[in-house]
Design a protein around this ligand. Structure first.
Ligand code: UDP
Length: 341
């Protein structure tokens, strides 16, 4: 298939492009490079053995999105392009709604105009809000605790309504848990700008010597060791989940309508367990200090991944050690990310 991947130069997008190319699909990437790098895409081309075309387009530019779709004529779209920093979304909510919700509206209109109505959407377990009943199934109550979360919640609702209005649409809402790890080649990985917000990139930068120590946000949660528990999923497993979802919703026999699938492992790991696994993988010590809880953090979050297993035939196969080993191969080989390596 001819596939347009928005945000394909970013962390999860670049790994997904690798898997799509490996499956024989043709890929065009739409990305404004605001939190991604053309170098990532060059390396994707190296891994795959063929170059990937990049359209440098901002999803909030409606005319440019339409022109991109008219040029690329995709049979399906995988939509990653969005802003994703929780704290920043509290400071700049309008920008988050405009990019994440408005960008998706532009995309939907352009897809409709060119007759492409097969869409895989990058959602998040953040749509379960402050839920405490674990594991989270796709039928768990939805909510949000910050503007970023609301943008995912609202975009899902937009896509459900669009799919309900016209039976030609097929939409996969993929709810990611905590993506970590890197391609096993060590050539592509997560390259956050500024101070990392997420646990594993922060630990990786401590291990490689870019930062002094990890701040553990709370060790008084109701969890086995007191630190927060999350469902970390290897980014290559996640990428494979997109390929499986696309297969499920495309072609003449593809399921129509909008469907949500959790992409997680079903297993939770605590902050201390992740630190220990990373120390084993890297052979480096990761000093920590404990600080108060971060606003909005729940004690525990993990998926029930049964629906994706049963309906997509997909299961996450890579464990925490492999996640840390692959992150370390990427981080140690590219200590400054894509910038100077
Ligand atoms: N965390 C931490 N220190 C950090 C970043 C994160 O202790 O510098 C903890 C956080 O409180 C949570 C877990 O690590 O329990 C995962 O956080 P992350 O931001 O990676 O993902 P989230 O689940 O919050 O989306």
């Amino acid at each position: 298939m001819q596939i347009l991947v928005t945000g394909g130069a970013g962390y999860i997008g670049s790994h997904t492009v690798v898997e799509l190319l490996a499956q024989g699909h043709e890929v065009v990437v739409l990305d404004d490079l605001s939190n991604a790098s053309a170098e990532a895409l060059r390396r994707v081309g190296e891994i795959a053995g063929r170059e990937v075309e990049l359209l440098e387009v901002d999803v909030t530019d409606e005319a440019a999105v339409l022109a991109a779709l008219e040029g690329a004529r995709p049979e399906a779209v995988v939509h990653f392009a969005a802003l994703k920093a929780v704290g920043e979304s509290v400071e700049q909510p309008e920008r988050y709604y405009r990019t994440n919700v408005g960008g998706t509206l532009n995309l939907v209109r352009a897809m409709d105009a060119v007759g492409c109505r097969t869409l895989v959407f990058s959602s998040s377990a953040t749509v379960y809000g402050a839920a405490t009943q674990m594991p989270l199934t796709e039928d768990s109550p939805l909510g949000a605790t910050n503007p970023y979360g609301w943008t995912k919640f609202m975009t899902e609702q937009v896509l459900r309504d669009v799919a309900a209005s016209d039976e030609r649409w097929s939409v996969a809402l993929l709810r990611y848990f905590n993506p970590v790890g890197a391609h096993p080649s060590g050539r592509i990985g997560e390259d956050p700008r500024g101070v990392p917000n997420n646990l594993v990139p922060f630990i990786a930068q401590v291990a490689v010597g870019r930062r002094e120590q990890l701040t553990v946000f709370g060790d008084d949660f109701d969890t086995p060791d007191g630190t927060g528990v999350r469902d970390y999923i290897h980014v290559v497993d996640l990428a494979e989940g997109h390929v499986a979802a696309l297969a499920k919703i495309s072609g003449p026999d593809g399921v129509r309508g909008a469907h949500a699938w959790n992409l997680g492992t079903g297993t939770g790991s605590s902050v201390r367990q992740v630190v220990a696994a990373f120390e084993r993988a890297s052979g480096r010590e990761v000093p920590v200090r404990v600080a108060p809880r971060r606003a909005g953090d729940v004690a525990t979050s993990y998926a029930d991944p049964a629906r994706a297993r049963d309906e997509l035939g997909w299961t996450a196969r890579r464990g925490l050690d492999e996640m840390c080993e692959d992150t370390w191969r990427w981080q140690s080989g590219n200590p400054q990310g894509y910038a100077t390596s």
